[in-house]
Design a protein around this ligand. Structure first.
Ligand SMILES: Nc1ncnc2c1ncn2[C@@H]1O[C@H](COP(=O)(O)OP(=O)(O)OP(=O)(O)O)[C@@H](O)[C@H]1O
Ligand SMILES: [Mg+2]
Length: 163
């Protein structure tokens, strides 16, 4: 596939939207965590309860984070060491208020680390994200047990792994 003039996005730059059960989403996340090269910045979008944390945990588990992975809501940033030998940052900006600075969260470290960054409510970081990133969109689907998932690869981010 090609992007030129056709309006079709190359498979290497976007996965065809797919309706996924939780088990399927977790399975994909585990493979991503196990295989993706770092640095890799994964921006997670979608409404409350869409599955951003489910996916972030699956990716962290796949990377070999063995410890408990609580929701980072109150600390905003949780850092883990993966068995693959890099840092995994799980960030949730839900509680960041408009106008709040993100620099105090150690944002420079996040941007520069050779790490896997899993960022919930990524739109609240505005343009303070690297251009090279994956954009994952999760939305409610036709039944309560599925989510519509889409992913796009931006800039020089690692190649996508098929669902
Ligand atoms: N197909 C699915 N994929 C992911 N989660 C699902 C799916 N079906 C049902 N669920 C349920 O939806 C919930 C998703 O919760 P999760 O905390 O991951 O959402 P979130 O997007 O992180 O929400 P928040 O914005 O509050 O952080 C879980 O309770 C999970 O069991
Ligand atoms: Mg969450």
């Amino acid at each position: 596939m090609t992007t030129e003039g056709s309006g079709i996005v190359a498979e290497r730059d976007a996965l065809a939207p797919r309706s996924l059960t939780e088990a399927e989403l977790v399975g994909w996340g585990r493979r991503v965590g196990a295989e993706v090269p770092v640095p890799c910045w994964i921006a997670l979008h979608g409404p409350l309860g869409a599955g951003k944390s489910v996916l972030a945990r699956a990716i962290a588990r796949g990377a070999g984070v063995a410890q408990r992975i609580p929701s980072p809501s109150f600390t905003l940033v949780q850092r883990y060491r993966s068995e693959r030998g890099f840092e995994v940052y799980h960030v949730d900006l839900f509680r960041l208020r408009p106008g709040d600075a993100i620099a105090p969260l150690g944002w420079e470290e996040l941007l520069q680390a050779p790490a896997l960054v899993l960022l919930e409510w990524a739109n609240r970081a505005g343009d303070q994200q690297p251009e090279a990133r994956w954009e994952v969109m999760l939305n409610y689907g036709d039944s309560p047990d599925v989510r519509e998932a889409r992913v796009r690869r931006m800039g020089t981010a690692p190649e996508l792994l098929a669902w």
